[in-house]
Design a binder for this molecule. Structure first.
Ligand code: FAD
Ligand code: EGU
Length: 457
């Protein structure tokens, strides 16, 4: 840190969060080096098996706004989704809006497109250098010293930096170095479900095969399917299913029977041949949830994005939360200037509760989406929630819109839901008692003479 303000920042991982973080640090005038394990995605053909599109909502947008990329992403490359469309087994459709009050949308954006745009935006800064095919293999966190494996140097090359940012995803290599530090807590949970991606092509006349104003959901108890639109008028369909059940589908006949039973309306959309080819040409991916703390070591190493808090995807918030990390780090840089030891300490302290809250909310949704969406009591609760939201818009903000459309901390959203649950529970109990008392009174006045008669006899 020669002049106290200009840092040499190394960012590990050129995924969505790493490339955005590089933009933020470059914008502040620091010297940024971005190290990515894979080749430049802008020059390599598409690889299957990675999610194709993601939902962008308020938190992700706020971060993109700060590096002046929001409008470009939303206007030119985002497909607005007003609500969800639930497909039942018998083919009937039911839609509901995301935001009953202000009709706000979320956006479906291509992962690859977004990553390319962020890399290109980062590269425009003269103070940025991107290294592809650089795999972090080890690091000395206190010294900011890193070893990378490259095609030219399989034995490893060394780079140093004042600040090392780990944005290398759920299976982070930098985090592996954190594990050796005393007082570093870590836990990971694989859920029973894995996912596999399929594709719905455009119709014969080149249109979207489903209504593109919605995210489409097929909830089926222990299976679930989700479809999101792409700019080329295709749909990416993600099938979530217990990994051991994927293994039971070995032959095309079994697969088609399975779809015929659970998702009959999706077969003509995907097409039988395509369904069989796509399904058997990829293997399902597992889903992992990761929590750790603290997110930093000393004044030179910090974890952001999935490396710090990988979550199951059932809230559409993983990327949004990672983008919010970048924004918080940027705000703390403003607040505490060059004092990295304070910046990182504050980052860990402030981010922990919120990151854990969204990991928990996502895991809770994993359970909820499978079972509850079909339960009447849950649907009633949703209706009540929305009514109160319309009546008392500033007082009663239901959980879903608070997560998706506000920048309130995730922990606040979770707490907010807790007191609302209590209020609703109380309301239900009170209503129940009132109804019981009314019933008794009616009975008394209608049949009271009969009871008296019995008592007399
Ligand atoms: P990653 O995207 O995993 O990027 C990490 C990068 O680091 C990669 O480029 C990798 O090559 C590189 N790397 C790894 N190891 C090394 C190493 N040793 N050296 C150098 N480089 C390395 N989020 C949403 O907000 N909305 C959604 O709708 C949504 N849907 C999802 C659906 C599914 C099925 C899944 C699995 C996730 C979804 N997410 C969604 C979450 C989102 O994908 C992640 O939160 C987001 O990609 C995290 O970005 P990241 O940059 O932290 O990690
Ligand atoms: C899961 C997998 C619908 C992409 C949660 C909604 C998701 C996404 C929902 C995936 C669901 C589930 C919400 C958004 C979004 C819904 C949300 C989930 C994008 C409560 C490609 N979820 N997801 N909830 O409301 O708040 O539409 O993989 F099926 S966007 Cl599980 Cl808003």
């Amino acid at each position: 840190m020669e002049d106290g303000s200009r840092l040499r920042v190394a960012i590990i991982g050129g995924g969505l969060v790493g490339s955005l973080s590089a933009c933020f640090f470059a914008q502040r005038g620091h010297d940024v080096e971005l190290f990515e394990y894979r080749d430049d995605i802008r020059t390599t053909p598409h690889v299957r098996g990675r999610t194709i599109n993601l939902t962008l909502s308020a938190r992700g947008r706020a971060a993109l706004r700060q590096v002046r990329l929001e409008q470009c992403v939303v206007r030119q490359h985002g497909l607005p989704l007003e609500g969800r469309m639930v497909h039942s087994r018998n083919g009937s459709l039911k839609s509901s809006l995301y935001d009953v009050r202000d009709k706000q949308c979320i956006y479906s954006v291509g992962r690859r497109y977004l990553n390319e745009l962020l890399l290109t935006a980062t590269e425009k800064f003269p103070n940025v250098k991107i290294y592809f095919r650089h795999k972090l293999v080890s690091a000395k966190l206190e010294e900011g010293c890193m070893t990378f494996q490259t095609p030219d140097h399989p034995e490893g090359v060394i780079h140093t930096a004042d600040l090392v940012i780990g944005a290398d995803g759920a299976y982070s290599s930098l985090r592996r170095q954190f594990l050796k530090k005393p007082m570093f807590n870590y836990s990971q949970t694989y859920i029973e479900h894995g996912y596999l991606e399929l594709c719905i092509p455009p119709t014969a006349d080149g249109q979207f095969a489903l209504d593109a104003r919605y995210l489409h959901i097929w909830p089926r108890g222990s299976f679930m399917m989700i479809a999101m639109p792409n700019q080329d008028r295709t749909w990416t369909v993600t099938l979530f299913m217990p990994l051991n059940e994927f293994q039971l589908l070995r032959k095309s006949e079994q697969l088609l029977n399975f779809f015929q039973f659970h998702f009959p309306d999706a077969i003509p959309l995907i097409g039988k041949e395509r369904l069989v080819v796509d399904f058997f040409s990829t293997s399902p991916s597992p889903l992992v949830s990761v929590k750790c703390n603290p997110y930093h070591v000393g004044s030179r190493a910090v974890l952001i994005g999935d490396a710090a808090h990988a979550m199951v995807p059932f809230y559409g918030q993983g990327m949004n939360a990672g983008f919010e990390d970048c924004l918080l780090l940027d705000e703390l840089m403003d607040q505490y200037g060059g004092n990295m030891s304070v910046v990182l300490q504050e980052y860990s302290r402030l981010r922990q509760k919120d990151a854990e809250a969204i990991c928990d909310l996502a895991m809770y949704n994993y359970v909820e989406m499978r079972d509850l969406v079909t339960r009447p009591s849950f649907l009633l609760r949703k209706k009540l929630d929305n009514c109160l939201f319309k009546l008392l818009p500033n007082l009663w903000i239901p959980l879903y819109p608070s997560v998706t459309f506000t920048n309130r901390g995730y922990y606040w959203c979770l707490q907010n839901k807790c007191w609302q649950d209590e209020v609703i529970h109380l309301a239900v109990v009170v209503t129940g008692y009132l109804m019981l008392i009314t019933l008794l009174l009616i009975l008394w006045f209608s049949f009271g003479w009969f009871l008296k008669l019995i008592l007399v006899l």
